[in-house]
Design a protein around this ligand. Structure first.
Ligand code: SAM
Ligand code: SF4
Length: 401
């Protein structure tokens, strides 16, 4: 028995071997979620186990993060903080969000432990740190150095708005950060100020210069296109990015905003983004393929030229979903596992860790959570523009995009 369950009242629950837990069976488990994770503040109970190689839930008892649809999650995204220093209109309300209290945030050591479990016990192959804005955490270098010490070969990337990166890029690189995604939706200072509600374009550009000088790479630029705001900047952004050696990535606007004002009609669809790029460039499918990556990748050449100018990726979660190939597992800044960006369920890993669970106990909670991963977009039906789609309670910045 793992430490997590050492003091738990015992009691078998009759769920057939290999079956997915039904709502009736779940209610027999009392305060324990069907996934095996415990909701904070509820009493600890035994999670049912069967003698074979699977849990009563149907989840495997060993190996990696397999789900009911045969996907295996090897791509770990960890949010290190929910706070941010910008207020992008598609992400956060102007007044920010109710931030997590410090006591609920994972400490550097807790993040390190969770990543170690994911890599050593569950086969995670790459890590992305995100937020909120990771640079808001003063101990970010310490967090990365700890993870790097445990995992010398792990690719560690970070998604950031790059505000303040100019002062920290070298230290982050020295700590063990490898790759970088920088969010930048526009090259115009006024549009930047309108879109992020902060006048910091210069700081982002300074951060990018410092990142390149520090040898961080590859560097990808993420842009969300908004109708009537920056949708005329497709070609200038691609031109600027490839001229500077960055890969440009366009992300369709998703219903994860704090203002809850997302509308399908405002989304610039991937096919329109491709058409806009082709006004000045020729696109051909990237021979490296897509794998489980969220972005469909393209090689870009200036029209009439044969030389490769660079690469572009398009993340089309709304109009061309890629859920069937999803390999992601997410942990929020307060240590909750989210099997899908759009999930309505979370599994509390941090409380189990703080209560003394051993590595195998944590790994099993994680396997159970991922086993229950929905097929697509937080449900077993695909489509963000569906009439019955319900936006999850947490927004992008609170989940960790
Ligand atoms: N603050 C960092 C940043 O902006 O890069 C990291 C966190 S941010 C939530 C991660 C990514 O999510 C960014 O590239 C951002 O553009 C994207 N994002 C935020 N809200 C979004 C939305 N509603 N739809 C699509 N992408 C969104
Ligand atoms: Fe902050 Fe990133 Fe959200 Fe913009 S997208 S408000 S930078 S978390």
């Amino acid at each position: 028995m793992d430490a997590e369950h050492a003091n738990a009242p015992r009691g078998p629950v009759a769920v057939p071997l290999g079956a997915t837990v039904t709502s009736a069976a779940a209610s027999q488990l009392g305060a324990v979620r069907a996934t095996g994770g415990r909701v904070t503040g509820e009493p600890r109970r035994e999670t049912p186990r069967d003698p074979g190689g699977v849990r009563a839930t149907g989840a495997p008892r060993e190996g990696g993060l397999l789900d009911r649809f045969g996907r295996v999650a090897t791509d770990l995204r960890v949010s290190v903080i929910d706070k941010c220093n910008l207020r992008c209109t598609y992400c956060m309300p102007a007044d920010g969000m109710p931030w997590l209290p410090q006591s609920q945030l994972m400490s550097a050591d807790e993040i390190r432990r969770i990543v170690r479990v994911a890599v050593r016990s569950l086969g995670a192959e790459e890590l992305r740190l995100t937020g909120g804005e990771p640079l808001v955490r003063k101990d970010l270098e310490h967090i990365i150095a700890g993870i790097r010490a445990d995992n010398p070969d792990l690719p560690i990337s970070m998604t950031t708005n790059a505000v303040g990166l100019d002062l920290r890029a070298q230290a982050l690189k020295d700590a063990g950060l490898t790759r970088l995604n920088v969010s930048l939706d526009t090259l115009h200072p006024e549009t930047f100020a309108e879109l992020t509600r902060r006048p910091h374009l210069d700081k982002v550009l300074a951060g990018l210069r410092a990142a390149r000088a520090a040898g961080l790479g590859p560097i990808k630029i993420n842009a969300v296109l908004l109708r009537g705001i920056n949708d005329t900047e497709v070609v200038p952004l691609v031109d600027w990015a490839v001229s500077n050696g960055f890969e440009m990535r366009f992300i369709e606007d998703m219903p994860l905003d704090g203002d809850r004002s997302w509308s399908a009609t405002n989304v610039i669809p991937a096919r329109d983004i491709r058409a806009a790029i082709e006004e000045a460039f020729t696109l051909s499918p990237d021979p490296r393929g897509r794998g489980a990556a969220p972005a469909e990748r393209w090689e870009v050449r200036r029209t009439g030229e044969t030389a490769l100018a660079g690469h572009v990726g398009i993340i089309s979660s709304v109009t061309e979903p890629f859920c069937a190939a999803c390999s992601r597992t997410r942990v929020t800044a307060d240590g909750r596992i989210r099997s899908c960006l759009f999930s309505h369920e979370e599994t509390d890993l941090l409380t189990a860790l703080r209560d003394g669970a051993d590595d195998e106990g944590l790994a099993q909670i994680w396997r159970d959570a991922m086993w229950a991963k929905p097929r697509a977009h937080g449900s077993d039906r695909v489509g963000l523009a569906r009439a019955d789609f319900v936006q999850p309670e947490r927004t992008m910045s609170a989940i960790g995009g």
